[in-house]
Design a protein around this ligand. Structure first.
Ligand code: UDP
Ligand code: MN
Length: 320
């Protein structure tokens, strides 16, 4: 999903990492119920948001035998971006992991890559609101369904994806089964309220994989949310937005809600996905090449990134 690279664009112009903002607060509506032990709504929203959690580093998951032989072309990787980050973030991706994976972005009958077909103008609002972000996730999902590919993966535009490791990980699961894989950013299931009707609310709790680390869903599972796989469709067309309104949480939480709470499928936690909400310095140097996603960003005015030696300065490449 890429815009054509601007000819001669200098990496040096890419700018630094963007400071983190409180996630989606603007878009969250006040709630009636307050989770136990929380002092204020702001506190509550802070916990609902993709707040950083100092989870102790979990032991690496044991390698699984391959279940299916898949190639990068079987994976639909949707990268969420917005105009203001095209220069600062997207160009870095085009210069790095995307350029190494032309097969994935190539238009089937044209010998080029990053053809306009891969850039999808969502017509969603450019705001960082809950609704605008859900609108983009809805388009990502719809395009995946239309693509016919075996796996749907969502990442943000500040993620580095090691496609070889991603394919290796996904190939250890059959795409026809119910697979939802990623990493939570909270240390417990999120407590939320499902709106059943105008005056009827119902408490729910579920795990969700944080969008900022990237997550993947098998086609088998994705179809269960769609009008073709469910009596009540939860996604596709306008359905994802309606579901998001029922739960009133950011897009990645809505995905977790549909999968865990509605469909009863458990999130598979993988330590190979990393957002900049975790301390990236904790990823051991010897393990970096095995990770599926990495990220970079600012936390408490400090750079949070993977430390790697390389020819580029921080100004040229703020992602490491
Ligand atoms: N984003 C967006 N619209 C906006 C701001 C951000 O679509 O107005 C996207 C951005 O491109 C990225 C994701 O939302 O893919 C998360 O944004 P960011 O990294 O700035 O926020 P954080 O990770 O701190 O939540
Ligand atoms: Mn981010």
């Amino acid at each position: 999903m890429w815009s054509r690279r601007e000819a001669g664009a200098a990496r040096g112009e890419a700018g630094g990492a963007q400071p983190r903002r409180a996630w989606g607060r603007r878009g969250l509506a006040p709630r009636r119920r307050r989770a136990p032990g929380l002092r204020s709504f702001a506190d509550y929203f802070g916990r609902l948001s993709r707040a950083r959690r100092e989870l102790p580093p979990a032991p690496p998951s044991p390698p699984r035998p391959p279940a299916e032989d898949i190639s990068p072309r079987d994976v639909f990787i949707a990268v969420k971006t917005t105009k203001k980050f095209h220069k600062a973030r997207l160009e870095l991706l085009l210069d790095t992991w995307i350029s190494r994976n032309r097969d994935m972005v190539r238009d089937g009958d044209r010998d080029g890559w990053a053809v306009p077909r891969n850039v999808i103008n969502t017509n969603c609002s450019a705001a960082h609101s809950r609704q605008a972000l859900s609108c983009k996730m809805a388009v990502e999902y719809d395009k995946f369904i239309e693509s016919g590919r075996k796996w749907f993966c969502h990442v943000d535009d500040d993620n580095y994806v090691n496609v070889r490791m991603l394919v290796k990980l996904l190939s250890s699961y059959p795409h026809t089964q119910d697979i939802y894989i990623g990493k939570p950013s909270l240390d417990r299931p999120i407590q939320a309220t499902e709106r059943i009707s105008e005056n009827k609310m119902h408490p729910v709790h579920f795990w969700f994989a944080t969008g900022g680390a990237g997550f993947c869903i098998s086609r088998g599972l994705a179809l269960k949310m769609s009008p073709w796989g469910a009596r009540v469709p939860w996604a596709f067309g306008g359905h994802f937005m309606s579901t998001a309104e029922k739960i009133r949480l950011p897009d990645d939480c809505t995905i977790g809600y549909i999968i865990e709470s509605v469909l009863g499928v458990k999130l598979i936690r993988s330590n190979l996905f990393h957002s900049h909400l975790e301390n990236l310095h904790q990823v051991p140097k010897s393990e970096i090449h095995k990770q599926v996603t990495l990220s970079y960003g600012m936390f408490e005015n400090k750079r949070n990134s993977i430390h790697m030696k390389g020819a580029f300065s921080v100004e040229e490449d703020p992602s490491r």
